[in-house]
Design a protein around this ligand. Structure first.
Ligand code: HEM
Length: 158
């Protein structure tokens, strides 16, 4: 039962994170590109700020639930007297998951902080450049996330 709850929390967090990145990059971004620089920068700063707050929780839940599940499976193997070896897909998910979390920290605490300062200083040209950089890093994180989902979905059947 606990394992089921952890896996559900894990998947919901991932859905929120990846779904939010897809929405921002492929729907909100292109629509915002049609606005003038000032309106675009203010809209994106506000939207990204709200999204990043929620994503910070989602990442924490995804990492904690993921590590907890690994711990539970390892413990069950030890109790049953068998050897536990981390499946390759799980190891890849963990490694890439930490890289994604690192990218998020960079986006949130370096690039987004810069954007906030530029909006406050009415530096719309600088804000446009920051939005482009954020867009590229979000794209990289999205690609890694989709790769993990693909590996977890198809990997076990190869
Ligand atoms: C520290 C990071 C992570 C750890 C330790 C971890 C661990 C786990 C574990 C133990 C499972 C359960 C597997 C099973 O019961 O078959 C799982 C499921 C899953 N995880 Fe992660 N995970 C991490 C990060 C991520 C990330 C970043 C993503 C995607 C972006 C992801 C996507 C998935 C998916 C799609 C499943 C469902 C797979 C299935 O039902 O077969 N995980 N994860």
């Amino acid at each position: 039962m606990l394992y089921g709850i952890l896996k559900t929390a894990h998947l919901l967090s991932i859905i929120l994170w990846i779904g939010g990145m897809i929405f921002t990059r492929y729907f909100l971004g292109p629509a915002a590109a049609k606005l003038d620089s000032q309106t675009r920068a203010s809209l994106m700063q506000d939207t990204l700020g709200r999204f990043f707050r929620l994503v910070a929780y989602a990442i924490s839940i995804a990492l904690i639930s993921g590590i907890w599940m690994v711990g539970r499976v390892a413990k069950m193997a030890i109790v049953a007297g068998t050897n536990f070896s981390l499946p390759i897909t799980w190891a890849a998910m963990m490694g890439l998951g930490f890289i994604m979390a690192g990218f998020f920290l960079l986006i949130r605490y370096s690039l987004y902080t810069k954007l906030v300062k530029q909006v406050a200083a009415s530096d719309w040209q600088g804000a446009d450049k920051s939005l482009l950089t954020i867009r590229n890093w979000v794209g990289a994180n999205l690609a890694i996330g989709l790769l993990i989902v693909l590996a977890m979905g198809v990997g076990p059947y190869l």
